[in-house]
Write a protein that binds this ligand. Structure first.
Ligand code: KIV
Ligand code: ZN
Length: 522
């Protein structure tokens, strides 16, 4: 029978240790609420003894998120000293399912160099800490810090002693990201075998860091070898190179349930939303090619791939984007996109080209344009269709779709009254509008909104540099909401204000296209 793998999220503790990522109480609560919606089994809400602010945040999370309908376990980290354990207990005691988490070094280097003590002294310290924690709460997790570099027999003696003292979860950390999957799997298998004989009710857990880029692989090797609980963070954030990424572990277990014979309770449709929230609140960008939650994780640009996908999604897609909360499969047209992908966009624009010579001419023009500007959007294809004489006026249905295009713009950026003016074309019509805003991008978006007159809410705005040097290119990506539906769009330019404006216009054109497809002529 498939095993449930429990997900322990430490975004608010290990993840928050990233320099500059510290959150206030309000933001921590927001993340914790979202983690509850994601249905993580455990939330490590902070390090209560570290500051009053951390204590208060853990307490607020315990009181709100740790109560109510099927709440997650709430925990916080303590060193193996009474004052830390007291701080943890006092901050989590209001949760329905509180857990005290104790950490103490287990490797020679930690025992000798960090604590300057003997192994026996450290072991005794761990046992005393667990015994004290047990006087406060029934559930106590013991983490054998730096376990992957520890002497195995000493590690086991520690585990045996703290289990006898009452620890209910044993966590094996690869603290410095040193382990290799096969080796870590063997370590977990050996510990699991002995632990089952010692006390089968004790949960075996792992906590892996990503210094060699192996955190997810090591975690999955541990799952395969008997770990029932895994510690991880959203977007893999954490100390140094980070922790194992929650979204990667969860989707690997889900996608390869045949291999792991396991499942998690995570609501995977909430993954992208959680990733965005953590990234935005902590100010930590997610790399574009990051598995599962990166902007390009479901974007296909090679012609061979686009062709395969258009024939059948499973040719190049192992996860449905919707399953992780990504709104759409994005086929970005580039010079490497094949004819099939171009034809698909032409059809989306409501045009069918049966004359193959005409289509070949269009494809040639498309390649010239793609070579010049890297990414080609729907309204460019529309323009090409017009230039090739393949359409008169507008496309799609009777009213048709006519995209907006930026003709020119000007922004005045200052700290008193940022202002923008735009000239926009829609077919033969030209519009000019000005607006002010909180900054130049806000101002230009207001001016564009004044022209199109649609009710649009900007949900997300990002600018990334995608090349260096004199010709440095910036990519602007946006997510907007219109009538409850979310649209994402992007644009590239050497001028990031222009890229921002074009991305917004691309998003608006998507709304128009969608409405035409739904029967509302624009
Ligand atoms: O990396 C580590 O060892 C930790 C422990 C507290 C589990 O973060
Ligand atoms: Zn850690």
């Amino acid at each position: 029978m498939a095993r449930q793998i429990k997900i322990f999220d430490t975004t608010l503790r290990d993840g928050e240790q990233v320099p500059g990522a510290k959150l206030g109480l309000k933001e921590k609560l927001e993340v914790a609420r979202q983690l509850k919606a994601l249905k993580v089994d455990y939330i490590e809400a902070g390090f209560s003894a570290s500051s009053l602010g951390d204590f208060k945040a853990v307490e607020a999370i315990a009181k709100e998120v740790g109560r109510g309908d099927n709440p997650p376990v709430i925990t916080s980290l303590a060193r193996a000293v009474k004052s830390d354990i007291d701080a943890v207990y006092n901050s989590i005691k209001h949760a329905e399912r509180p857990l005290i988490h104790i950490v103490l070094g287990a490797s020679n280097v930690h025992v000798e160099k960090k604590f300057n003590k003997s192994k026996e002294e450290i072991l005794e310290m761990g046992v005393e800490a667990v015994k004290y924690a047990k006087t406060l709460l029934p559930d106590v997790q013991y983490s054998t810090e730096d376990a992957s570099r520890a002497d195995f027999e000493y590690l086991w003696r520690t585990i045996e002693a703290v289990v006898k003292a009452g620890a209910t979860i044993i966590n094996i950390p690869d603290t410095v990201g040193y382990a290799i999957p096969e080796e870590f799997g063997n370590l977990i298998s050996r510990i699991n075998y002995r632990l089952r004989n010692l006390n089968p009710d004790v949960i075996l857990s792992v906590h892996c860091h990503n210094d060699l880029g192996l955190a997810t692989s090591n975690t999955l090797a541990a799952v395969k070898n008997g770990a029932d609980k895994v510690e991880c963070t959203i977007n893999g954030i954490g100390e140094r190179a980070g922790n194992a990424a929650l979204e990667e572990i969860v989707m690997a277990i889900k996608s390869r349930a045949d291999y792991f014979d396991a499942y998690t309770n995570i609501v995977t449709r909430e993954l992208k939303k959680t990733s965005r929230l953590v990234s935005n609140l902590m100010g930590l960008d997610v790399q574009v090619n990051k598995a599962i939650v990166g902007d390009n994780a479901f974007a296909h640009s090679s012609g061979i791939h686009q062709d395969g996908l258009l024939k059948s999604r499973d040719v190049y897609e192992i996860i449905r984007p919707q399953d992780v909360g990504v709104e759409e499969m994005e086929l970005v047209l580039t010079a490497r996109s094949g004819k099939h992908a171009l034809r698909n966009v032409v059809q989306e624009l409501g045009c069918t080209i049966t004359d193959e010579e005409a289509f070949a001419r269009l494809h040639e023009r498309f390649l010239e344009l793609a070579d010049r500007q890297k990414e080609v959007y729907h309204h460019h294809v529309y323009q090409l269709l017009k230039e090739c004489g393949l359409v008169n006026g507008s496309l799609k249905g009777n009213g048709g779709f006519t995209p907006y295009e930026i003709v020119s713009f000007q922004v005045i950026s200052n700290d008193i009254f940022p202002t923008a003016s735009v000239k926009i074309k829609k077919g033969e019509e030209t519009y000019v509008q000005s607006a002010n805003g909180d900054g130049p991008v806000d101002a230009i978006y207001s001016a564009i909104k004044n022209v199109v007159g649609l009710d649009i809410k900007l949900l997300e705005y990002k600018v990334n540099s995608i090349s260096q040097g004199k010709e440095a290119l910036g990519r602007a990506s946006i997510r907007i909401e219109h009538e409850g539906k979310i649209y994402s769009a992007r644009a590239i330019d050497t001028d990031i204000i222009k890229a921002s404006a074009v991305a917004y216009i691309n998003g608006i054109n998507k709304i128009l296209l969608d409405n035409v497809a739904g029967g509302n002529d624009q």
